[in-house]
Design a protein around this ligand. Structure first.
Ligand SMILES: O=C(O)CCC(=O)C(=O)O
Length: 201
């Protein structure tokens, strides 16, 4: 028996393919990355505008990139810092398994159950058509909800575990929305990394 085999699940859905590997990183690796990213990242707290009112974004973020290309979403423009040694190692491991290349990573720090990420798609024009997004989780596990924009019966939930990798593929960002909802449960911190490939427009 191979104790270290990866537990890979493939979900083929209308207009989307998801690949989930629960133990992409070992517990020791995932613990180490969580601590390093938590303590060495220059986390920023942005303001967001909802119906004309300004609120604090309900999580902290940081952007890293291989070039200086800014990334804008929800009226927030973010300017990347250079990849660190740890982020490069994570990126290389994901590129090896996915056969894709990524030049940017957005980090989210959810401090507790009050932090969240509302329904959205990663469909900014600088990601190109049908982007592949690679999402890594370190720390507290949280449910990842996703729903089809049109097919109302297509609503699903995946628990993203410590050290896991989720690849979102196909036309998912065009036809589906995803979220990390608030919870009243007393839970700890979670760091999520979404690797993306920004194209030069
Ligand atoms: O935290 C997550 O798992 C999702 C992050 C996300 O949707 C995003 O950064 O666009």
């Amino acid at each position: 028996m191979n104790l270290f085999s990866e537990e890979k699940q493939i979900f083929r859905l209308p207009d989307a393919e998801l690949i989930y590997i629960s133990n992409f990183f070992s517990k020791v690796e995932a613990d180490g990355y969580f601590d390093t990213l938590k303590t060495t990242t220059d986390w920023q707290e942005d303001n967001i505008k909802v119906f004309g009112k300004v609120y604090k974004q309900p999580r902290l973020t940081a952007l890293f990139g291989e070039n200086n290309q800014p990334y804008s979403y929800s009226n927030i423009a973010m300017y990347p810092k250079p990849f660190t040694k740890e982020l490069n190692s994570i990126k290389q491991k994901i590129e090896a398994i996915s056969n894709e290349t990524f030049n940017t990573v957005l980090l989210n720090l959810y401090r507790n159950g009050n932090d969240s990420n509302g329904w959205h798609a990663d469909n900014e024009k600088e990601l190109g058509k049908h982007p592949i997004i690679a999402s890594v989780t370190f720390g507290e596990e949280r449910p990842f909800h996703f729903k089809h924009r049109r097919l109302k019966e297509e609503r699903h939930k995946l628990i993203l575990q410590h050290g896991s990798l989720l690849l979102m593929k196909g036309a998912m960002q065009e036809h589906w929305l995803h979220q990390i909802a608030k919870t009243k449960k007393n839970i700890g911190e979670r760091i999520n990394l979404t690797f993306r490939n920004l194209v030069n427009l």
